[in-house]
Design a protein around this ligand. Structure first.
Ligand SMILES: Cc1cc2nc3c(=O)[nH]c(=O)nc-3n(C[C@H](O)[C@H](O)[C@H](O)COP(=O)(O)OP(=O)(O)OC[C@H]3O[C@@H](n4cnc5c(N)ncnc54)[C@H](O)[C@@H]3O)c2cc1C
Length: 400
């Protein structure tokens, strides 16, 4: 299955992608990470500072999986609001989960600041508006609960919303602490940094499959070699195996488009990230070089259509949505694509150790906040590998 079809924007922004070799000899390591997308890249970056010998493999090139289709909105708020989580898992656990996301955001900011390359990371507030009158109550509830637990949030009445953003909607909340990034640059840069450490070995064009567990090691094979690993992390994104196929997840498809460059974002205060309460939701952000990235129109089918005419029709729908907000901009779709998109049924990612196979872990950042999930997920996995525990591992464990 191909994870996306159409024309992606981020690859056009990358000019100097490092090339890593294909694995062609047998190796042993402490940790084998399978998949060099956002999850595998963040984990290898964090493990580069630890006394562990790490192998990172990808069957394709680094950052070419669904992380290349990621639209790069980084938010502590989730698709499922805090007050909805409170109804399903209790307020204390819901706040613990939101705090984990908030801390994941903070961690991404620190990482972005420490990387030598410009990954087009910029702090931005998010505007989350009520798509209709019926959703105002839920926006108000969300505001009250976020505020009660000290998350950065403001409430905007209709008039203020129109004055600041030109958005004709009944109410909104504005959350602070969020950001935008070029996700593919982030992945490539993390792996490049990690690979500078002598304990990290990166191999591209190296697909691996599991053989068995023997004498304290997991044995994996690639086309040309065997890998013996004490710990193995599946950071394979939406490509499911027999175990993950049984999890409470669903694979859908979503659409995104990137416009031409425009010279000014007049009436788009702070160039904030914009999204809405309607489901499936529409969202948009701006880029460093003056474009608008918009996405949404999710459908319950796994693979995106291949036909460029169909993709163009979805791009046109997204363009219409942008123009509802910003009729003054002269816009056309320069890039448009459809992509597979994974979500979990309870709104939280699946991250942790396999319930019966020792030292085998998964980092599945399923959901609209995949990058933030990968950020705190890689910390949880690092701690599980090094110390066998993390205080929040129970929240996102695989067998919940
Ligand atoms: C259109 C779209 C928009 C999105 N927008 C956002 C957003 O705005 N913000 C956000 O936070 N998240 C967003 N996401 C979600 C985000 O993209 C994902 O959460 C993220 O890409 C997952 O990263 P990953 O590393 O888990 O998977 P991937 O990036 O898919 O990486 C997995 C890697 O594993 C490799 N692999 C798989 N099997 C094997 C094997 N057997 N051997 C070797 N290698 C293997 C693949 O080649 C791939 O490179 C979006 C997703 C889509 C599709």
């Amino acid at each position: 299955m191909s994870l996306y079809h159409g024309s992606l924007y981020w690859p056009t922004t990358i000019s100097d992608k490092p090339v890593y070799p294909k694995l062609n000899k047998d190796l042993a390591c402490d940790v084998l990470i399978i998949g060099a997308g956002m999850s595998g890249a963040l984990l290898s970056y964090k493990l580069a500072k630890e006394p562990l010998d790490v192998i990172l493999v990808d069957k394709d090139r680094v950052g070419n999986g669904s992380s290349a289709a990621n639209t790069g909105l980084l938010q502590y708020s989730n698709d499922k609001m805090l007050h909805s989580f409170a109804e399903s898992i209790g307020e204390k656990e819901a706040v613990r989960f939101y705090r984990l996301c908030f801390n994941g955001m903070e961690e991404l900011k620190r990482i972005a600041a420490s990387l030598p390359e410009d990954i087009q990371f910029k702090n931005r507030p998010s505007l989350y508006y009520a798509s209709n009158e019926a959703d105002v109550l839920s926006i108000k509830k969300e505001y009250e609960m976020l505020k009660k637990h000290d998350f950065p949030v403001e409430f905007l009445e209709e008039e203020m919303l129109y004055k600041s953003y030109g958005v004709k909607k009944p109410a909104a909340i504005r959350t602070g602490g969020d950001a935008e990034v070029n996700p593919q640059k982030l992945v490539i840069s993390l792996v490049k940094e990690a690979s500078q450490s002598s304990n990290i070995h990166v191999f591209e064009k190296t697909e691996v499959t599991k053989l068995h567990y023997q004498d304290g090691y997991w044995l994996f094979k690639s086309e040309e070699a065997l890998i013996r690993a004490k710990h193995v992390v599946y950071a394979t994104g939406y490509e499911l195996d027999n175990f993950t196929m049984e999890m409470a997840t669903e694979l859908n498809r979503t659409y995104a488009m990137v416009t031409n460059r425009i010279s000014s974002f007049q009436k788009w205060e702070d160039r904030c990230l914009i999204w809405e309460t309607k489901r499936p939701y529409f969202y948009m952000r701006t880029t460093f070089d003056g474009r608008i990235v918009a996405g949404g129109l999710d459908e319950e089918t796994m693979e995106a259509p291949r036909d460029p005419r169909i993709l163009q029709a979805y791009a046109d729908k997204l363009l219409t949505r942008i123009k509802e907000h910003f009729p003054q901009f002269q816009l056309k779709a320069d890039y448009s694509y459809g992509a597979t998109f994974g979500e979990s049924k309870d709104g939280m990612p699946f991250i942790g150790e396999h319930p019966t196979s020792k030292n085998l872990y998964y980092c599945l950042g399923f959901g609209g906040n995949g990058t933030v999930y990968s950020a705190f997920g890689s910390t949880i996995l690092k701690e599980l590998i090094l110390r066998g525990e993390h205080p929040d591992a129970d929240l996102v464990r695989l067998d919940r």
